[in-house]
Design a protein around this ligand. Structure first.
Ligand code: MN
Length: 206
């Protein structure tokens, strides 16, 4: 509901935004709260329950599902054709966001929680693309990228890498590119832009 329509006229939208937010919140077991006062303004609050252990378990299950040691049978076999993306990201909410964007798309997803794990999974699974968060515990994304670039296996060393970064300071671009990333995208991640970059950079499976 818009008390003053002037903004609404200038920037006409579909009016779906809030409905989508509410639906999305509900799907995550949460809710949207509204406080509104004419002449003062409106405050929308989103509450989403978060259980780290549940998210971690699901990631482990996903890792197992994507592992080539566990040969999928039936319909999943076709998914072997999909490019494999390794997402190295320590923030569970960002993992959920990317996973949500890629769900039902022609990608397979592996998740690492830090740079060290990213290297292990990259060596083991030889992903077609890595989405590399820069700020991570144990080993940051830039250090992991440098190590990957020096890996003796050329398949591993040349894995396309898109850095995900909250840092947007002057000189970062040069620093990331010098560190060996192919491209980067700043947070909060624009999921549409991310998928465009992913399609451009992902190694073609033959
Ligand atoms: Mn991080």
């Amino acid at each position: 509901m818009q008390i003053d329509n002037s903004l609404g006229r200038q920037y006409a939208g579909t009016g779906l935004g809030l409905a989508l937010v509410q639906k999305s919140a509900q799907m995550h077991g949460g809710k949207v709260l509204v406080q509104s006062e004419p002449g003062v303004g409106s405050r929308f609050t989103i509450e989403i329950p978060w259980r780290q252990d549940a998210i971690a378990k699901r990631d482990i299950a996903l890792l197992a599902a994507a592992s080539p040691e566990q040969k999928p049978d039936g319909g999943e076999a076709a998914n072997e054709e999909y490019p494999l993306v390794l997402l190295a990201e320590d923030n569970p909410q960002n993992v959920m966001l990317v996973r949500g964007a890629l769900r039902h798309k022609a990608w397979r997803l592996l998740v690492a929680e830090n740079g060290m794990q990213a290297i292990e999974l990259a060596v083991q699974h030889k992903p077609d693309l890595i989405l590399m968060d820069i700020q991570m515990p144990v080993m940051d994304g830039l250090a992991a990228t440098r190590q990957l670039r020096q890996h003796p296996d050329p398949i591993v060393a040349t894995t396309p890498i898109i850095a995900l970064t909250a840092l947007a300071m002057h000189g970062d671009r040069e620093r990331f590119l010098a560190g060996g990333v192919d491209d980067f995208i700043s947070k909060p991640v624009d999921l549409g832009l991310l998928q465009e970059k992913m399609k451009l950079l992902a190694r073609k499976r033959t």
